[in-house]
Design a protein around this ligand. Sequence first.
Ligand SMILES: Cc1cc2nc3c(=O)[nH]c(=O)nc-3n(C[C@H](O)[C@H](O)[C@H](O)COP(=O)(O)OP(=O)(O)OC[C@H]3O[C@@H](n4cnc5c(N)ncnc54)[C@H](O)[C@@H]3O)c2cc1C
Length: 342
Amino acid sequence: MKGVLIVGAGLAGSLLALALRELDQPVTLIDSGDPDRCASQWSYGVIPGWPLGPTPLAREAARAGSLWKRLQRRHGDLGWRLSRLRRWLPLPISQVDSVVLQRQLPALLERQGVERLEGQVQALEPVDQHWSLRFRDGGERRAEQVVLAAGSGCRRLWPSLPDELRSSWAGVLALPRWPEQAGPQRLVLPSQFQRPLLERQAPGFTEPRWVVDAGLVPWGDGALLGQISWIAPGLGEGPPPELNRSESLLRQELRRSALPDGLADCSATFLQVPVAFCSDGLPLVGPVSGAPGLWCFSGFSGAFAQVPLLAPLLAQRLSGETAAEGVLRRLQVWDLARSAQG
Ligand SMILES: Cc1cc2nc3c(=O)[nH]c(=O)nc-3n(C[C@H](O)[C@H](O)[C@H](O)COP(=O)(O)OP(=O)(O)OC[C@H]3O[C@@H](n4cnc5c(N)ncnc54)[C@H](O)[C@@H]3O)c2cc1C
């Protein structure tokens, strides 16, 4: 079968599918449909308008707001909007409301001609110059090119992906309404997120470690409050942290934070979801070594800023435009074998 088959319809798989359709490529997007395994559905979706690090990727991703603006001009409301921080700061910042994005994506993908399939991919293997994907229900699908955009599910499908790709568990409180004590709707963020540092330290862990980032962001009619990030030793996500303990640690840290009084004890639903990341802060974007026709698009740190930049470049490369490979190399995300080379 011609065309590209993408496993995973979170932010990465969906924007890559749209970018491939822009180039008139046939695309099939497969997802398990399980919201408890999709980080994009529970994301703050915050996009800082300044570089979060000294890398070429961080510098380029700082203009992600304008890329979302362009996507919305073309496709209609995707939940992106300029925002403001709690304290007045002359820094550009924006947010994609993940409720709006998840509501709009299915119809948009359909309008753009993306074939969508629901199913849990169990295994993939090369057969007769194709990739064969086997589903949990026994079905099979073949394609010449397969992209793993399955977030924390990528390693299960291809265990020899580079060691930088790891998984964490993120827990967050979902509020049905914006809390009155927080004043008008706006982003309330910690001055420094602790999660990225935890991700960098992950290769040295001998026991699970956690941090809390005390934020509050609009999310549909409600809000997302706090984020507890757990990382276990090893490359897999490990078992989910015990739900009650995780929620109680999150609320305990929120009580100590600068958030308005009473927020930490508000009535909310606590949920946990696995999130893929790369311990060197650079996502995996490109061909999987030793597996011709198999590609990876995962491990983002700041996915809402990085994916709209990288998806069109990967789509161009998948369509045979080799110039895009040069740009991805310059952004230092192309070489999936980077750890093997030291
Ligand atoms: C509370 C929270 C706050 C966050 N805040 C921010 C933020 O402010 N800014 C930011 O940029 N990022 C943020 N993130 C991180 C961001 O949400 C993720 O990095 C991003 O959504 C990952 O997108 P993805 O498409 O790679 O993976 P996912 O969204 O996890 O999508 C992967 C998809 O693949 C599917 N899948 C997996 N395995 C299989 C299989 N075998 N067969 C079929 N389907 C499969 C899953 O069901 C899922 O739908 C946050 C995350 C959380 C949880």
